[in-house]
Write a protein that binds this ligand. Structure first.
Ligand SMILES: [Zn+2]
Length: 71
């Protein structure tokens, strides 16, 4: 019986980790140079609709649910 409980716990942990990593993997950032401010380039996530301003490359994670992008 302890083995069965351990297996269920392992499955839950894997499911939680996989769900946490999913948005990052699915995010695809696209440059929007018309809305950029000087050296800051605006990026739009075409997967979740998040917006971000970055000077050095696109964001490396999903920013959905963070609201208005901060400069
Ligand atoms: Zn996203």
């Amino acid at each position: 019986m302890p083995i069965l409980i351990a297996l269920i716990l392992a499955f839950i942990i894997v499911a939680v980790v996989a769900r946490r990593k999913a948005p990052t993997r699915a995010c695809r950032w696209r440059e929007d140079r018309s809305a950029s401010k000087g050296a800051l380039v605006k990026y739009n996530c075409i997967t979740c609709g998040a917006e971000a301003f970055r000077a050095q490359g696109q964001p490396d994670r999903c920013l959905s649910g963070q609201g208005v992008p901060r400069l």
